[in-house]
Design a protein around this ligand. Structure first.
Ligand SMILES: [Zn+2]
Length: 336
């Protein structure tokens, strides 16, 4: 949740000024007023917020009704669309999932009994399933998935080893780099369109490079690809890339800064991918050598700037290492 501003004159709890009160929301929509000792849920009839702050999985929720107070604290029900990023078993029959939603961002929720064969939640809480979820909050506890509707399972992704590997990697990136309980409809829509493009048979590797470039933006480390990372001069044909500086090096800076050798095509493809919307991505003819370099460079770039060890990237590398028939095979010569 994005703190819009501090509002010292607002004293919602008792009508007196409180310098610790913060107004929370996004895109001009105030979702909640956060007090040091709780959250005022009366601010908006459209949005209610069960709990904020440091606890994982909390956040503003689009309410389907007004919350009611129970003996164990406040409770409320909300309904959201979401995509399951990952899930872990909990106990013998339960499952805890991480959802990406437009209104409340990333959120954790428990599906009680979802491992039972007859459970209606069983299909809904599988990774990469898109659906609607009725979430129930009670007090400070994690959201409980009461019921939901399965909308899409991206069967073409689930049934293809490589597509599934790339989609799993993308879900890992979302899980790592999207903040919890922060409304971000743009990220949700991008991920949904990305999954549709992957399922529709678009080039999985190129889609993944496009995804990584978007993640760089979310993480605040968007590479600047037309300027030298050392001196800022315009760079046409880049032959070196400076990971720390976040861009290519010009000929004058080659000896002054540490860079890794790249092919000019690699930088050109990244420039193109930075500017194309995922739903407009056409067929980009990229040869195997440039593909490998793109994968190595962007993975190293993300890990360098975020410190994250990306398991999905390692899994894809192993798949390739064991010569599993993959998207590189039969790609012919280097085309770009
Ligand atoms: Zn330079």
């Amino acid at each position: 949740m994005i703190p819009l501003h501090r509002a010292p004159r607002l004293g919602y709890a008792n009508g007196t000024p409180n310098p610790k009160v913060r107004v929370m929301g996004c895109a001009g929509i105030v979702l909640a007023v956060v007090h040091p000792d709780g959250i005022d849920r009366r601010l908006s009839p459209l949005f209610t917020v069960p709990e904020f702050g440091e606890r994982a999985g909390g956040g503003g929720k689009r309410s389907t009704g007004f919350g009611k107070r129970g003996s164990g604290g406040q409770s409320m029900n909300v309904q959201v669309e979401g995509i399951v990023l990952r899930g872990v078993d909990y106990g013998e029959t339960h499952r805890i999932v991480t959802l990406l939603t437009p209104e409340i961002g990333k959120v954790g929720a428990m599906a009680r009994g979802a491992k039972r064969p007859q459970s209606r939640l069983r299909a809904l809480v599988q990774p990469l399933v898109r659906g609607t979820f009725s979430l129930a909050y009670r007090g400070q506890g994690m959201a409980i998935i009461r019921q939901g509707q399965w909308l899409e399972g991206y069967r073409a992704i689930q049934e293809d080893l490589w597509k599934h590997a790339y989609a799993g990697y993308a879900a890992e990136l979302v899980d790592r780099f999207v903040e919890e309980a922060t409304p971000n409809p743009g990220v949700y829509e991008f991920f949904r369109q990305w999954l549709e493009a992957l399922a529709a048979g678009k080039d999985a590797e190129i889609l993944t490079r496009l995804f990584e470039l978007h993640v760089c933006e979310w993480a605040g480390v968007r590479p600047l690809l037309d300027r030298c990372a050392g001196c800022g001069a315009a760079v046409g044909y880049a032959r070196m890339f400076d990971l720390s500086g976040g861009g290519p090096l010009c000929d004058r800076c080659l000896d002054l800064r540490r860079g890794i050798p790249i092919r000019p095509q690699t930088c050109a493809v990244m420039r193109a991918l930075q500017s194309v919307p995922v739903n407009r991505l056409g067929d980009i003819r990229v040869g195997p050598d440039t593909r490998r370099e793109l994968a190595d460079l962007l993975g190293a770039y993300l890990e360098h700037h975020t410190g994250a060890r990306l398991r999905g990237r390692e899994y894809i590398r192993r798949l390739r290492e064991y010569a599993w028939p993959g998207p590189l095979d039969g790609a012919g010569g280097d085309l770009v």
